[in-house]
Design a protein around this ligand. Structure first.
Ligand SMILES: Cc1cc2nc3c(=O)[nH]c(=O)nc-3n(C[C@H](O)[C@H](O)[C@H](O)COP(=O)(O)OP(=O)(O)OC[C@H]3O[C@@H](n4cnc5c(N)ncnc54)[C@H](O)[C@@H]3O)c2cc1C
Length: 438
C-alpha cells in the first residue's frame, strides 16, 4: 500500500531552535533487515524501541522516522509530563479508572526521569508541579472546585491557591484561582526526545529522515523509503495520527492542530518588572479556550493556545502568522508589564484524539502491535504505551498491560463530511459556552 500523507513538520519549533545544532542519524539506504521495526520516533516509538532492545538483547531493532528527532509533535509540545487525569469522575468506577491512569502515567514519568538521570539529558527536567487555573468565578465553581473534591477522593495532594498568591507566583493578574498539584514534570521536549534518541541501546538502529512511502504487511513487514527498504518479521506501530494509512484504526482518529509560542529570554530589566524568580507551569480550566503557559528556567514564557480540527494535518504560513499575532495579544493581556516582549518562535503540531479518549494500544495482527492515539497527553501516555506494547509483543509479563487495556479502544467516528460538521459545531459550542475562561 502507498503511504500518501506524510508528516511535514516545519522548522519553526522553538524548543529545538534554542538548542545547539544536532546531526541526525543517517537515513535508510539500501536493503536492510532487522528482527523488529518500530515505526515513528516520538515518545511512543522511542519507548517501544528501547524496551524491545532491552527485552531481546540478541535481536536487532530498527527505529524508522520520517523526519528529524525532536521536530515531531513529541519535540514541539508544551513540555508537561502529566500524571493526573484532566477530568476525574467521582463514582467508584471512575476513581478506579483514575488510579489506573495515574499508575500508568507515573510509571512513564519515572521511566523518563530514569533516562534523564542515567544519560544526563540536559532538558531542564523539573518537578515544579503545575497550577490548574481558572480565569472566571464560574470556572472556579464549575471546574476547580469539583477537581479539588475529586483529588481529595483520590487521596492526592493538592493546594488551593487564591488570586493574590497566584498573581505573585505567575506574575499575572489574569487568574481567579488555581489548584496546585505537585506531581508530573516540566522540560524542553525537543531536548528530551533528542536525549532519548541519542542514548538508545546498541541493538537499536535509528534511521532519521526516512519517510515510509510504501508498506507491505503480508509475510512480515516490508517498508520502502526514498532511499531504501527495510524488512522485519514483526513491528510496533508508533506513528500516532499517521497510523490509519497502514490499514489500522479506520475512522477512529480525530486530527487536531495545536499552536505554541516561546518568547525570547527576558532581559534583566524585564525580569525585574515581571517580579517572578521561580519557573512555573500552568494548565487552563478549559483547554480549548484557555491558555497553557510556562515560565522556563531560562526566563522565557511559553504560550500554548488554540486547538483546532485539522483533518489535512497541514497548516499554512499565513495561518501560523495569524497564530503568532494572537499569541502576542493574549500574552499582552496577561503580562501588561512586559509590553516589548515578542514571540520569538511560534509553531504548530498535530495531535490525535479518539472520540472516547481511548488509546490505540494492543495487538493488531499476529506480528503487529501498536501504541498510538495519545489524546494530546503523549509525553506520558505515549511513553507508557510504547513500553507496554514492547512488553506485550515480547511476552514479558507486566501487570500494567491490563491497566492499559482497561482504557478501551478508540470508538468509530461518523463518515466525513458529517464528522467535519459535527466536530466543528461541537468545537464552536465549546468555545461559546466557555468564553468566560478566555
Ligand atoms: C503544541 C502542542 C502542545 C502539546 N502539549 C503537550 C504537553 O504539554 N504534554 C503532553 O503530554 N502532550 C502534549 N502534546 C501532545 C503530544 O505532543 C503528543 O501526544 C505526543 O507527541 C504523541 O507522541 P507519539 O510518539 O505518539 O507521536 P509523535 O510524536 O507524533 O510521533 C509519531 C512519529 O511517527 C512518524 N511517522 C508518521 N508517519 C510516518 C511515516 N510514513 N514514515 C516514518 N515515520 C512516520 C512521525 O514523523 C512522528 O515522528 C502537545 C502537542 C502539541 C502539538
Amino acid at each position: 500500500m502507498r503511504i500518501a500523507r506524510l508528516p511535514r513538520d516545519d522548522d519553526s519549533n522553538g524548543w529545538s531552535a534554542i538548542l545547539p545544532p544536532r546531526s541526525p542519524n543517517p537515513a535508510l539506504s539500501g536493503d536492510r533487515a532487522a528482527d523488529w521495526i518500530v515505526l515513528g520516533a516520538g515518545y511512543a516509538g522511542l519507548a517501544a524501541a528501547r524496551r524491545l532492545a532491552e527485552n531481546c538483547p540478541d535481536q536487532q531493532v530498527a527505529l524508522i522516522e520520517a523526519g528529524a528527532i525532536g521536530e515531531n509533535a513529541s519535540g514541539r509540545n508544551s513540555g508537561f509530563a502529566i500524571d493526573l487525569p484532566h477530568n476525574v469522575g467521582s463514582s467508584l468506577d471512575e476513581l478506579e479508572g483514575s488510579h489506573r491512569f495515574m499508575r500508568l502515567a507515573r510509571t512513564a514519568v519515572s521511566s523518563l526521569e530514569e533516562s534523564v538521570e542515567r544519560y544526563g539529558i540536559d532538558c531542564g527536567w523539573s518537578k515544579d508541579g503545575k497550577y490548574h487555573t481558572a480565569v472566571s468565578p464560574r470556572g472556579v465553581r464549575e471546574v476547580l472546585e469539583p477537581f479539588a473534591k475529586e483529588l481529595e477522593a483520590l487521596g492526592e495532594p493538592y493546594r488551593w491557591v487564591e488570586m493574590d498568591e497566584l498573581q505573585e507566583t505567575l506574575g499575572s493578574p489574569h487568574f481567579t484561582a488555581a489548584v496546585y498539584t505537585p506531581g508530573g514534570a516540566l522540560m524542553n521536549p525537543a531536548a528530551l526526545t533528542r536525549g532519548l534518541a541519542d542514548n538508545l541501546p546498541a541493538n537499536v538502529t535509528l534511521y532519521e529522515n526516512s519517510p515510509v512511502t510504501e508498506a507491505n504487511l503480508q509475510n512480515g513487514i516490508h517498508f520502502t523509503t526514498p532511499g531504501g527498504s527495510l524488512r522485519a518479521p514483526k513491528m510496533v506501530l508508533a506513528a500516532n495520527g499517521f497510523s490509519e494509512q497502514f490499514g489500522f484504526y479506520p475512522r477512529r482518529f480525530l486530527h487536531l492542530v495545536a499552536h505554541c509560542s516561546l518568547t525570547r529570554s527576558l532581559t534583566e530589566a524585564e525580569r525585574k518588572a515581571y517580579g517572578v524568580a521561580q519557573s512555573w507551569g500552568m494548565t487552563p480550566a478549559n483547554a480549548f479556550v484557555g491558555i497553557t503557559m510556562r515560565y522556563t528556567p531560562d526566563h522565557r514564557i511559553v504560550v500554548r493556545h488554540g486547538l483546532t480540527y485539522c483533518p489535512s494535518q497541514r497548516i499554512s504560513a499565513a495561518e501560523l502568522a495569524a497564530v503568532k499575532r494572537r499569541h502576542k495579544r493574549l500574552f499582552d493581556q496577561r503580562f501588561p508589564m512586559l509590553p516589548d516582549v515578542e514571540m520569538e518562535h511560534t509553531w504548530s503540531g498535530f495531535v490525535c484524539l479518539s472520540r472516547n479518549g481511548s488509546p490505540g494500544f494492543g495487538q493488531l495482527a499476529p506480528n503487529i502491535w501498536s501504541a498510538v492515539c495519545q489524546n494530546a497527553v503523549g509525553v506520558t501516555k505515549g511513553t507508557i504505551g510504547g513500553l507496554l506494547a514492547a512488553d506485550m509483543a515480547t511476552g514479558r509479563d507486566n501487570p500494567l498491560i491490563a491497566d492499559m487495556e482497561s482504557l478501551g479502544t478508540p470508538d468509530q467516528l461518523p463518515p466525513r463530511p458529517f464528522l467535519d460538521l459535527g466536530v466543528r459545531a461541537r468545537f464552536a459550542l465549546e468555545h461559546w459556552t466557555n468564553r468566560h475562561e478566555a
